[in-house]
Design a protein around this ligand. Structure first.
Ligand SMILES: [Zn+2]
Length: 323
């Protein structure tokens, strides 16, 4: 079963689409072309990695382009055989005011809906607040996400540079709005900051899932808390290698989480940058990190249980999985 719970829309822009949209919209072609601007050829550092993702940002300024990118992202995932895709994006990066935030979310939700209808693969949008945005901006993002709850948006996230902006308290009210609207809560945490950040994200923001969480394994108390609390860690091994967070994919902490009894889900984070998809990430878990068929079955169960799905869609996927 292929359930992708950690994937960024901005990391799913096809280079060919970028080239077409750039030509039509007057965005200057980068030296070396769009393929080179978007894709990494191997492991790099976080700055280089994020610059590749950010090269696609101009295309989200047009609602029509954002809708196309979202539609193609879901089509690509369906073509790759995925059973469900949760797609996250930071609308305030692509807008100048609250109305613009709504417009980006509406366009992305519409593109995803079109592709899910056409392919039969369910998908859900996760709206991300960003760490470097101020409290008021993230409150506006949360209110906009809340307005789209039940209309394509299923979850709320916090993304961005955790080293420069480690504080979670400024975003507490935004997460309160998202929770009150019934959105699922995830948070990029303990990716660059110490493991305690994951626990804080759960306790302060109400996160039931943690993006990456790699540093949880450095702290035995937090690792024990993660296992006991039932929090789900969304692991993305190749991405962590490509950002330089780990020196080799074999050093990814997924086996430590597994052995400690932490619930795991899988994501491909930014597949256009890393050139991998969910199937590749699964192959890494098995071939490099020693996951057994039973481990993958456990991961599938956790992914199904913790996806921010409507109950009906969850039952559909469950019954398809059991056949
Ligand atoms: Zn991420």
């Amino acid at each position: 079963m292929l359930i992708d719970l950690h994937s960024h829309l901005e990391g799913r822009v096809r280079p060919s689409t970028a080239a077409e949209l750039a030509a039509a919209g007057g965005v200057p072609e980068p030296a070396g072309g769009w393929e080179q601007a978007i894709r990494l050829t191997g492991p790099a550092d976080l700055t280089v990695y994020l610059a590749k993702v950010a090269s696609t940002y101009p295309f989200f300024r047009s609602a029509e382009s954002a809708r196309r990118i979202a539609r193609e992202a879901v089509e690509d995932a369906a073509a790759a055989g995925l059973d469900y895709l949760e797609l996250r994006f930071g609308p305030a990066t692509h807008a100048d005011d609250p109305r613009g935030i709504d417009a980006v979310i509406a366009a992305v939700a519409e593109g995803m809906r079109e592709a899910s209808r056409a392919t039969g693969m369910p998908s859900g949008a996760v709206v991300a607040a960003l760490r470097h945005h101020d409290r008021d901006t993230n409150l506006a993002v949360a209110r906009a996400a809340a307005r789209f709850a039940g209309s394509g948006v299923v979850g709320f996230d916090l993304a961005g540079d955790e080293l420069l902006f480690p504080e979670l308290a400024p975003h507490r009210d935004a997460f309160g709005i998202a929770r009150a609207a019934g959105l699922g809560i995830t948070c990029h945490a303990a990716e660059a900051a110490p493991g305690a950040a994951a626990r804080e994200a759960a306790e302060l923001l109400g996160a039931t899932r943690i993006g990456h969480g790699a540093h949880i394994v450095d702290d035995p108390d937090v690792l024990a808390w993660a296992a006991d609390s039932g929090i789900v860690v969304e692991v993305c091994p190749t991405s962590n290698w490509y950002t330089g967070a780990i020196a080799a994919v074999a050093e990814h902490p997924a086996p430590v989480f597994r052995d400690a009894g932490v619930r795991l889900a899988l994501g491909d984070d930014n597949p256009m940058q890393t050139g991998t998809d969910l199937r590749d990430e699964r192959a890494v878990l098995v071939g490099v990190l020693g996951f057994t068929p039973a481990d993958l079955a456990a991961l599938d169960r956790v992914s199904l249980d913790s996806a921010f799905l409507e109950p009906g869609t969850r039952r559909d996927l469950q019954s398809r999985h059991q056949r």
